[in-house]
Design a protein around this ligand. Structure first.
Ligand code: NAD
Length: 478
């Protein structure tokens, strides 16, 4: 069993109480993590506070070199990242390798390169020059979820430290293994102590203590909308800088001019990648009634052929869900769909697997039809391998249906005509829309949601801006 400790002030430290970490594919206990509380958060804040001056006085170039060192060290441990992530989350190791391990390295490299390319803005007046400089905010509190553990943690830590902030981070208590690996990497490369502190524990204890700590000046939170609301309630009256990356219920719009054979693999990937546990997953699929009869059997056939099973097998398209409690929640939505009059076209059950996976938190990819687009199943975030199909009559009708939820994170439009697809994309009320693709990421672009999907943007210059205070110095010619 792996014993995980907090990483505070450059030291690994344990606590009296611990939490068990379970492999959801087998139900086996794989690790124990500290059940920290406000005392450990205070120690981490003290360390981050002490490190602030020295770290912020390094030049931007010097800090980018630290990011490069972390990226190189992480890259040398890529295979270990992939296997720990798969063990902790239940996701296929092939996915963890292609997405989680590689993106974590890329996040550090990207922000190092991007910050090196940054040049301060200057605005000339007739008689004066305005110099806009970016200063560190102070101590950044970073809180992350379980679906893409190191991918999302590195997405926050890299820009936070490159801009001169120090960090107190809390990974999800369900998936702590790769945050611990990152602490080892940070320790091995010799990053000055106190610059990055990682405190493990429950959201209600460690997360809440971070959000309410008066010395933490900035909160970047990724997680569920309900939790985000609580974070905002605490942080907003304290005037902290706040970025909230929250839930989604994303629409996939399939137009009548699409090439179905080309589009269906992408549409299925968008519904079921990571067992449907990506905030961007397209779980409401709106299909033109002109191609409905052709689309539905082809799509269902494709989904039926997706293989669920052993996360370490290269043949598995889907692994286990993150926990038994989460699978219960997703199953409760399948039952709700049936009560709401939906028809299950495929899936809906736990697959029959051999030991040691026979008691794992697996669920077949599930396709439901026959529901109103306004039903609870089709408007609430399920965050699992469940999609609903809905026919539409016209482009306007598709846009109206897509925009009917309280969420506004992402979406995708699939069409043989990119102009038509793009025009529809512009009318979708979300922070991001893809046309004929999904989760095709350029790290320079803004990432974030509108409505109940969040506040603020991260990515590229939006991250550099969020993790800094823009200060204007106006110099009048003498
Ligand atoms: P969650 O909200 O339950 O937990 C997220 C993190 O917040 C965890 O580390 C948790 O311990 C912590 N937390 C819980 N209560 C807290 C509190 N009171 N104060 C501070 N922190 C607290 O979310 P989850 O179940 O881990 O993740 C799934 C959700 O995350 C989904 O809704 C998904 O859409 C969303 N998500 C959003 C994005 C995005 O970029 N928009 C990305 C990934 C996941």
């Amino acid at each position: 069993m792996i014993i995980i400790q907090n990483y505070i002030n450059g030291k690994f430290q344990s606590t009296d109480k611990n939490i068990e970490d379970i492999n959801p594919a087998t139900g086996e206990i794989i690790a124990s993590i500290p059940k920290s509380n406000s005392n450990e958060v205070q120690m981490a804040v003290d360390a981050a506070d002490k490190a602030r001056k020295g770290w912020s006085e390094l030049s931007l170039e010097e800090r980018t070199q630290w990011l490069d060192k972390i990226a190189d060290s992480l890259e040398s441990r890529s295979e270990q990242i992939a296997s720990l992530e798969s063990l902790d989350t239940g996701k296929p190791v092939s996915l963890a390798r292609a997405v989680d391990a590689s993106r974590s390295v890329v996040n550090f490299r990207f922000f190092a390169d991007f910050a090196r390319g940054y040049s301060p803005e200057k605005f000339e007046m007739d008689d004066a020059t305005n110099h806009v400089i970016l200063k560190p905010v102070g101590i950044a509190g970073l809180i992350t979820p379980w679906n893409l553990p190191l991918y999302l943690l590195s997405w926050k830590i890299a820009p936070a430290i490159v801009m001169g902030n120090t960090v107190v981070a809390k990974p999800s208590e369900l998936t702590p293994l790769t945050a611990n690996l990152l602490a080892e990497v940070i320790h091995d490369v010799g990053l000055p102590k106190g610059v990055v502190n990682i405190v493990h524990g429950l959201g209600s204890e460690v997360g809440q203590s971070i959000v309410e700590h008066p010395k933490i000046n900035l909160i970047s939170f990724t997680g569920g909308t309900m939790t985000g609301r609580k974070v905002a309630e605490t942080a907003a009256p304290m005037f902290k800088k706040l970025s909230l990356e929250l839930g989604g219920k994303n629409a996939t719009i399939v137009l009548d001019d699409v090439n179905l054979d080309e589009a269906i693999p992408g549409i299925a990937r968008s519904g079921f990648l990571n067992q449907g546990q990506v905030c961007l997953c397209g779980s409401r699929i709106f299909v033109s009634d002109k191609i409905w009869d052709e689309f539905v059997p082809k799509f269902v056939d494709y989904v039926k052929n997706m293989k669920v099973g052993d996360p370490s097998s290269p043949d598995s398209d889907l692994g286990a869900l993150v926990s038994f409690a989460h699978r219960d929640k997703v199953e409760s939505y399948i039952h709700l769909a049936q009560r709401e009059g939906g028809e299950i076209l495929c899936g809906g059950q736990a697959p029959k697997l051999e030991s040691p996976f026979d008691n794992g938190a697996f669920l077949e990819p599930t396709v439901v039809t026959g529901l109103s687009h306004l039903s609870r199943t089709a408007t609430e975030e399920i965050f699992g391998p469940v999609v609903t199909l809905h026919p539409f009559e016209s482009d306007e009708n598709a846009i109206e249906m897509a925009n009917c939820t309280d969420y506004g994170l992402a979406g995708s439009v699939w069409s043989g005509n990119t102009d038509r697809g793009t025009k529809i994309a512009e009318k979708i009320e979300t922070g991001m829309v893809w046309v004929n693709t999904w989760l095709h990421r350029d790290l320079r672009v803004p990432f974030g949601g509108i409505k109940d999907s969040g506040v603020g943007r991260e990515g590229g210059r939006w991250s550099l801006g969020f993790f800094s205070e823009a200060i204007n110095i106006c110099v009048k010619e003498s």
